[in-house]
Design a protein around this ligand. Structure first.
Ligand SMILES: Cc1ncc(COP(=O)(O)O)c(C=O)c1O
Length: 263
């Protein structure tokens, strides 16, 4: 951990801490297979580039909540691609890619010092960073039993997982949701790889077989970075429990966390 006198102590930025190892690997005669940063390399699809270009004249401010058409498109896409039905478009909130939301979600939800945030044992680094930014304690757990009687304010899931690729089955997700609801724990599910499986059946936390048909206490975090080669444009959204999304929207309006209109 690198110390700081005026803020939370954050871990070293992972790509910085990998620099020495990468240099060593590069010195190998056959070069390096660099899996450290998963940045999309396929071109941005023509359809998307045309759509972006067609709306480039945007002198006015965009709205934090996005347009009704955007929110409906997100709801339709979740239904069409993942069988998530019954979502209220009002509960869709565009995000500037998903990393910023992951980093600020605990703070925006009011998680504070003394609270606990549970994250997967091997995980995308920003779950921990977000908890630390909020001043909360972090528990890295592989399964709920490791938490014993503790009641996290927030629990992160990531299926399919970065970095392990593990896909959580429906029964497991259902158990997590039941467990969390009994404890008043909010479940945030990072679903940026949901469409990127070969044969596994990756399901959303908002799949009715998981959620029981209710979004209570649940948030699904989506990103277009990987699924549409749009990392360069920063496009994502969060949806789920309307009361939670409303809270996020209120603060993000004040803080100017707004997705550019063309995106
Ligand atoms: C698990 C996971 N979540 C979130 C992100 C953030 O992606 P983005 O901010 O581009 O949406 C990544 C990016 O690598 C990731 O691997």
């Amino acid at each position: 951990m690198s110390g700081s006198t005026s803020g939370p102590a954050l871990p070293d930025f992972p790509w910085d801490s990998l620099a020495d190892h990468t240099a060593t690997a590069r010195s190998h005669p056959d070069g390096v297979v660099d899996l450290s940063v998963g940045t999309p390399v396929d071109p941005v699809p023509e359809l998307i580039r045309d759509a972006l270009a067609a709306v480039s004249d945007q002198p006015g401010y965009p709205t934090t909540h996005g347009t009704p058409e955007l929110r409906q498109a997100a709801v339709d896409a979740l239904a069409r691609r993942f069988g998530v039905t019954g979502l209220d478009p009002v509960a869709v909130l565009p995000t500037i890619g998903s990393k910023e939301l992951v980093a600020w979600l605990p703070t925006l939800l009011g998680v504070r010092a003394g609270d606990l945030v549970a994250i997967p044992e091997l995980a995308y680094p920003t779950y921990e960073v977000g908890a630390l930014l909020a001043g909360a304690e972090v528990a890295r757990v592989e399964g709920l039993t490791a938490l014993g009687p503790r009641r996290p304010a927030l629990l992160w899931l990531n299926s399919p997982s970065n970095p392990t690729g593990r896909v959580l089955p429906i029964e497991h997700l259902r158990k997590v949701v039941d467990w969390a609801r009994e404890r008043g724990t909010i479940v945030a599910s990072d679903e940026c790889y949901l469409s990127l499986t070969w044969d596994a059946d990756a399901v959303s936390i908002l799949d009715p077989r998981v959620s029981g048909g209710s979004t209570e206490g649940l948030l699904a975090v989506h990103s277009l970075s990987k699924s549409s080669s749009l990392a360069g444009y920063r496009a994502g959204f969060v949806t789920g429990d309307p009361a939670l999304v409303k809270r996020l929207l209120e603060i993000r309006k004040h803080a100017g966390m707004i997705v550019p209109r063309p995106v």
